[in-house]
Design a protein around this ligand. Sequence first.
Ligand code: SF4
Length: 458
Amino acid sequence: MAIDDREDAVGSSGPTAAARSSADGPLIDVRNLQTAFFTEKETIRAVDGISFDIDPGETVGIVGESGSGKSVTARSLMGLIESPGRVLRGSSIRYRGIEAVRAFADEFSKRTVDIADLEAAYDPDELFGSTAATPEEFGYADPASVPLVDVAAAGYTDEIGLTSGTECVFVTDGSASTPEEIRGGFIEISRLSGEPQRKMRGGRIAMVFQDPLTSLNPVYTVGNQIKESLRQHQGIRGKEATQEAADLLEAVGIPDARRRVDEYPHQFSGGMRQRAVIAMALACEPEMLICDEPTTALDVTIQAQILDLLAEIQESRDVSIMFITHDMGVIAEVSDRVNVMYAGEIVESADVIPLFEDPKHPYTRGLLESIPGGNVDGKLSTIEGSVPTPNEPATYCRFAPRCPKAFDECHEVHPVPIRVESEGESDHTASCLLYPSDVPTAEAVARHSRRNQAGEEK
Ligand code: SF4
């Protein structure tokens, strides 16, 4: 790769995550996530090679129209993808909370691998020469560049001599002799199953869905459902659980919580039901909340109350939040950082203020101009057409048929994430052939082409 390409190149292994990490690194590190649905007619690449991270205590927004892959991303993180869909090999979702890594290493020691123990035996040429694995699927051009930890995390455990059942916790500092001494590592949550998956889902990561009625069982009282969560994840039972359930309902703003704990979901209003679902999610004291359109079904005043509640919860409990919505106004209110998704890909990523003040990707601009009052002319714009079904490999810009700036090459070259200039923001990327904007467009297109050929787009 040419030096000028390196300066604006962004890959999963590039400086993006490291530059934004807190001292302890991100809590979740998603790399090259690919989730596909296999039907008789076609393969739908609902999530097609996205990478992002979420720091402890940070709210990361995922925004885009329906069909852009937001909810499939959330479900992939939660391990909720069902047949005919699956998270493809080569994807990695790393949970880096160090307490969770230590706890899992202690409880599931047979599924814990110290990567340092394997370095000496790892032969990348043998792996890539004898299997279908390719360096490109990891974002590298040659086998020798692919780190062992990526290979292991992406599911090639059998091929590198790890027995099955060991693909759970990866310790990466190589100096720990006991779980308490572990200083670095992650739990590969895309490959969890059974008990470890149950402990992660609903234990460390909880989810709040759009429609609270799908999360609440109509034949049990709200209190009983919160108590079940307390029993499963914290081992709290009996009177203590009843008291805790009432406290949680009170904490999420349910009036007269001690009486309401014995009521059924149908006795709650829509906003109160969503509060109850949030209380259920909090019952397991999660480190991360995934909120999938949690306010879409609510009227606007209740929506504001739920957003305030989530902000309070984040501040008081220091949880990370992944917030999914199609509503740019909501994203502006809740997010620290925003990933804009289109047809299975992240097309722009930036901190919230630069994204709103200086959007770079034509799709993001279109979304912002579609907000009432968002257009400088005062006219309400729309983006003509609809999101295509991503049923073929991305060898071109999927937004091209709807893009007002499209030119011939947009139909032939796949744009890769490029770091863009934006005031006060060093980590703003856009996947568009118009960037980098400080070189002629032909040169920019050539850079995207070169990076595609080198397999560095992921
Ligand atoms: S690559 Fe072309 S079609 Fe795609 S967003 Fe940029 S200008 Fe529009």
